[in-house]
Each structure stands twice: as C-alpha cells, then as structure tokens.
Design a protein around this ligand. Sequence first.
Ligand code: SF4
Length: 95
Amino acid sequence: MFPGGGKKPCLRCLLQDMPEEAVLAQSLRELIALIPPEDRAAEETVRKRLAACRACGHLGRGTCGLCGCYVEHRAEKKRADCPDLPSRWRPETAG
Ligand code: SF4
C-alpha cells in the first residue's frame, strides 16, 4: 500500500496520463497556453519528444529527473532540448 492508500504511482507517465494529477495537468495546460505561438514547437515535434520522454528512464511522474522540468511544458518550446548526454531530442530548427 502506498501513502494515502492509492495505487502505485506511475513513474513513466506524463501528467496527462495520470487521472489523479488532473488538477496539476490542467494547470500545466494553462501554462503551455501562455507560450507565444512563435516560440512553440510543431505538434509532430512535441509528439516525438514526448514519446522519447515516455521511453526514458529519467522520467518520473511527468518530471524530467535531470532538469526538473515538467516534460509536457518543456517539449512545447521550439528552442528547448533534452538535457541528457547525448540529448534524446533537440531544439526545433527552422527549415
Ligand atoms: S532526459 Fe530528456 S528524454 Fe529523458 S525525461 Fe528528461 S527531457 Fe525527457
């Protein structure tokens, strides 16, 4: 049994995959909505980045264990990169 009597926490999940984190996931979506359009990565880029995060051993409850970011927020930024060495995903380049 885990604290609070809940299920075992999912270590390899994004916040959007954890129903128990719905309030935090909504706050994160609101934060993401504040990213100016010119600074946002393409939808396909975000999808690939988050797939890499889901497969990464550093992901823990939606957070990157290397940088502490919520990966769903970090992945939305065009110029962000993965802090791992070697990097698992890179800034989106123009053209
Ligand atoms: S190290 Fe990179 S791939 Fe892994 S969780 Fe962090 S940002 Fe995602």
